[in-house]
Ligand binder design. Structure first.
Ligand code: AMP
Ligand code: MG
Length: 541
């Protein structure tokens, strides 16, 4: 930072010397805002945002900070320990240079157009340009009502905030494009939620996560303008997004827009391939939860595969149709891109650019998905039998009810030679969820392992150490299993956030062995099979 300026925090009634952050709030500066500055719930027309300040909370207290993100934004450890930090990221104070707003967007929810949604409980504080010149939008989630809150309260509970905080960081360190999380602040206020929407509301501790991304623009920001026929503003938002969030794109307006749509399709394909690699199920892939930058956004009723089941979704709100099940995610992403395509079409002089973008999604997804799976199985080069080997491997994962994460890790750990008398169970370890299936499938699994072993050791003359390192680099040891997050939540709700801190640390190195933390790599324990929060989640958060 050029000068060690003292920024004052507003609303605190006192001036505190704070670290200088450079704000450059382009979204509110370059796009039209809503002239109404009240919290009255309303349809917001001809505007991309509404000015709104966080509603103060009773007793903001920092529960956890991601030091990686704090450092990236420009905060030192003494900043994040300071009282003003809890005030600012709990919504009780603003730093000079912040210009808070809620964005207007719409969306297709569960396949149906839902009209205006908008930031009902998210408030962007401002856009920081960090020391390396990167733009980082700071956004509070749960900071109180906005004009887009409809009938809801604008708040978030501790349990869902812990889930968002930990998962954002876990995803980043797994190498999955994602929004990040700076801080988790307990508000000291209660929030009433009916967790499973079954008539059992209860007061829960409230919390606020500050999430961080270069942009929080969603497919829905474009859809709402198209739905209202506001083509001039739609074009303005597209060109703004390209200029701010895709600065590498050059050329005349139509060339840029075509390249932009192609980039969005490519990034979305890449993101979903990465979800499939690590066994992540987003849970609510509505178009308002699709980032224009291809980042994983809005961590709600998400989950991680324990036993491999492509039909699984953790979201009980989606239980009847399972629209957002694991295996459906690429098809849904494509459908969502179709809704974005419909929305932005009026800004294109030639429909073929849109068609080319959608075709690009299909080809990029197919190619990246194929090479991702080949890497997971440790294959180098191509052999005629590879497709059958992978297909049979996935069938066994399902039929024998194997743990997805541990299976691939175990495969990478297999020794140079497989002893003839070794059972499958003795080779792969404790990765089974069903004793009957384990016994039934042992012979089939054993013979598949022999096939796989021949493929990697004979055909590609692999060195076992090199193969192990290569496979372990794409097959994580640690993922944020639902039951782990729930254990952290249970402890934090009674005042002990230490497991949140430990998991944050463990998830910073998800590909490393971490022998001091073996328990976190264990498959889901039996008690968690049907426990709320571990296998069942809803949108209530
Ligand atoms: P989600 O399912 O979390 O993506 O949310 C869908 C829409 O509901 C978005 O417009 C959110 O801002 C809004 N929303 C969700 N929870 C709340 C809440 N507690 N208060 C206000 N708006 C909310
Ligand atoms: Mg959302």
């Amino acid at each position: 930072m050029a000068k060690d300026a003292c920024l004052s925090s507003q609303k605190l009634g006192c001036e505190v010397a704070l670290r200088a952050l450079q704000f450059d709030n382009r979204f509110v500066r370059e796009l039209p805002g809503d002239p109404d500055v009240t919290l009255r719930r309303r349809q917001v027309l001809h505007a991309c945002w509404s000015a709104v300040t966080p509603t103060p909370v009773r007793a903001p207290r920092v529960v956890a900070v991601s030091r990686d993100v704090a450092d990236m934004v420009g905060f030192t450890p003494s900043d994040t320990d300071a009282a003003w930090f809890a005030d600012v990221f709990g919504g009780n104070a603003l730093l000079d240079g912040m210009s808070p707003y809620a964005a207007c967007y719409g969306g297709h929810q569960f396949g149906h157009w839902a009209g205006q949604l908008g930031d009902g409980r998210a408030i962007t504080l401002g856009e920081v340009v960090n020391a390396r010149g990167a733009r980082l939008e700071l956004q509070l989630k749960g900071a109180g009502p906005t004009p887009y809150s409809r009938t809801a309260d604008g708040r978030a509970v501790l349990r869902s905030s812990i889930r968002e905080f930990l998962c954002s960081e876990a995803m980043h360190h797994l190498g999955v494009p994602t929004t990040r999380a700076l801080s988790l602040v307990a508000t000291g206020d209660d929030v009433v939620r009916d967790m499973l929407y079954n008539g059992n509301p209860r007061a829960e501790p409230g919390a606020i996560v500050c999430r961080v991304a270069p942009s929080f623009i969603r497919f829905g920001n474009f859809e709402i303008l198209a739905a209202r026929g506001d083509v001039a503003l739609l074009e303005q938002l597209i060109d703004f997004t390209i200029a701010r969030d895709f600065p590498q794109i050059m050329g005349d307006a139509q060339t840029r827009r075509a390249q932009w749509f192609a980039d969005v399709c490519t990034r979305t394909a890449h993101m979903v391939v990465q979800w499939m690699r690590v066994g992540f199920v987003h849970g609510v892939m509505n178009t308002d939860n699709m980032s224009i930058l291809g980042l994983t956004i809005d961590f709600g009723p998400y989950g991680w595969l324990d036993d491999f089941d492509p039909t699984w979704t953790p979201n009980t709100t989606d239980a009847s149709h399972r629209r957002y099940r694991f295996g459906q995610q690429p098809a849904v992403a494509y459908w969502n891109l179709g809704r974005l395509a419909d929305a932005v079409l009026p800004a294109f002089s030639d429909e073929s650019a849109i068609e080319a973008g959608l075709a690009l999604f299909r080809s990029v997804y197919a190619a990246e998905y194929d090479s991702m799976n080949r890497a997971k199985f440790g294959l180098v080069g191509r052999h005629d039998d590879d497709d059958a080997l992978l297909r049979d491997g996935f069938a066994l994962l399902y039929d024998a009810s194997l743990d997805y994460t541990r299976f691939f890790r175990a495969l990478g750990d297999l020794p140079d030679a497989l002893p003839d008398d070794a059972t499958a169970t003795s080779l792969v370890g404790d990765i089974f969820y069903d004793d009957a299936k384990r016994e039934q499938q042992d012979t089939a699994l054993r013979s598949w392992l022999t096939r796989w072993h021949a493929r990697v050791s004979v055909h590609q003359h692999d060195d076992v150490h090199a193969r192990r390192a290569r496979m372990h680099a794409v097959n994580p040891r640690d993922v944020l299993r639902n039951y782990l997050a729930q254990l952290a939540i249970d402890a934090a709700e009674v005042g002990d956030p230490s497991l949140v801190h430990t998991l944050l640390e463990v998830m910073r190195r998800p590909y490393d062995e971490q022998p001091e933390h073996v328990q976190f790599a264990a498959r889901r324990p039996e008690w968690a099979r049907s426990k709320v929060g571990c296998s069942m989640l809803s949108c209530s958060s």
